[in-house]
Design a protein around this ligand. Structure first.
Ligand SMILES: N[C@@H](Cc1c[nH]c[nH+]1)C(=O)O
Length: 416
């Protein structure tokens, strides 16, 4: 019995769901192509160092680790961005023009099973490497919106935060690492009492106190960015906020500003982020369907000093959301199922090859006399097959599945 089961956190995807997933990925990939992103594939596993603590992706205990024959520690990638950073540093070291890369692949995180989370998930993403401009930030956010629209979503929000805003304030406050971590956690959980407790030191400036306390409320329209600007004189924080205003302005040139909101309390993400970060949310799934941000120092770890930004669409979350919102992923139904008797083999093969040449998909099955026609019809319905041709002694029965229409033909009608 165990033979049929998969381990906790991984699953089989088959039939219509698999066809839809493939189709969705193809559609999204085509949208990335429209923006000039070039595909890249990196290996599913890498040396441990690509994902070590300094890189700032997930903690080491959540990695799937194993050894090669030489005793090196290898890791199933939990995140594709560090792999792209490694590959881009290796292959595009002297490139002067920004590099646009797109990818699709599975990531593996050994999270605790009780959360019911998947340990293997599919991501489709893009990285814009070697461009520190507002234009790059905006293009990446625009791409996220384009992809969600391509998927068929109508109700979604891209929530934008700014790592530099919090970091600049923390620097001014001069907290030790532990206090910073606690404050980060309290703000993320909107635990105002925790924040108050940390700020209860008398020598703390009232301006800093006020902004940290208000941070849990600083999310919503572009107004929250102006509000935050009024609350601080910290130069780094103001620069970070001005960057968000600029992005908002450029977004309006695309006509996409209605899809975004701002969240200055968005703090719990990968450590490699340095500037704007974002997540996209929609109904039907609690987790983000897209995550991403700017990482200006990550590439330097691999030897290429290139400010960069990117995102990943979590395909499985997006599929969940689409299913819950009853948004279909249309798949082409141009497959014909040919069921033939043994004495009609040559004709059936001939017909199948002719149809395939004309770009039809043909599934060829030798008839089993134990099966009634409706067994083939049920199978066709389940597998998005458009029509069945039952070839029996020169007589052909053509069944259109959707219209439930039956036509009697001869072999000559079909072959010539
Ligand atoms: N790799 C990040 C998303 C991302 C891509 N580029 C930048 N960030 C993640 O898995 O969350």
């Amino acid at each position: 019995m165990k033979l049929l089961h998969t381990p906790e956190g991984v699953r089989d995807i088959y039939n219509g769901e698999c066809e839809k997933k493939n189709k969705l990925q193809e559609n999204l990939h085509n949208t990335l192509k429209k923006y000039g992103y070039h595909p890249i594939q990196t290996p599913t596993f890498e040396f441990f160092d690509v994902f070590n603590h300094e890189v700032g992706t997930i903690p080491s205990k959540d990695l799937f680790k194993f050894f090669d024959r030489e005793g090196n520690t290898l890791v199933l990638r939990p995140d594709i961005t560090p792999s792209i950073a490694r590959a881009a540093s290796k292959y595009f070291m002297d490139e002067k023009i920004p590099i646009r890369l797109s990818y699709m692949g599975n990531t593996f995180i050994n999270n605790s099973s009780y959360q019911g989370r998947l340990k293997e998930s599919t991501q489709l993403g893009a990285e814009l490497i070697g461009d520190s401009s507002v234009d790059a930030d905006t293009e990446i956010i625009v791409l996220v919106i384009e992809l969600l629209l391509t998927a068929g979503l109508k109700d979604f929000q891209v929530s934008i935060g700014q790592v530099d805003f919090f970091k600049s304030l923390i620097k001014e406050a001069n907290f030790d690492e532990e206090t910073e971590e606690n404050l980060r956690e309290y703000i993320t959980n909107k635990n105002i009492f925790g924040v108050e407790e940390i700020l209860s030191i008398p020598e703390f400036s009232s301006e800093l106190k006020e902004i940290f306390l208000k941070m849990t409320h600083l999310f919503g329209s572009i107004e929250v960015v102006s509000e935050a600007k009024r609350l601080t004189t910290n130069e780094g924080a103001i620069n970070a906020l001005q960057r968000l205003e600029k992005i908002y302005e450029v977004l309006s040139f695309y006509g996409f500003e209605q899809y975004v909101s701002f969240d200055l309390s968005m703090l719990n993400s990968y450590q490699y982020y340095t500037g704007v970060i974002f997540r996209a949310f929609t109904f039907g799934t609690g987790d983000a369907v897209v995550k991403g941000g700017r990482y200006d120092q990550l590439m330097a770890r691999f030897g290429k000093n290139s400010p960069s930004i990117g995102f990943a669409v979590v395909i499985d979350q997006l599929m969940n959301a689409l299913a819950r919102q009853k948004i279909d992923i249309p798949i082409e139904k141009n497959t014909t199922l040919i069921v033939y008797t043994e004495n009609m083999r040559q004709n059936a093969i001939h017909l199948a090859m002719n149809l395939r040449k004309k770009s039809c998909n043909v599934e060829l099955i030798l008839m089993d006399y134990n099966n009634e026609t409706d067994i083939y019809e049920d199978y066709a319905l389940k597998n998005h097959i458009q029509e069945i041709l039952i070839i029996n002694n020169n007589k052909v029965k053509k069944i259109n599945i959707e219209e439930k229409h039956i036509q009697e033909l001869t072999m000559e009608d079909l072959l010539y």
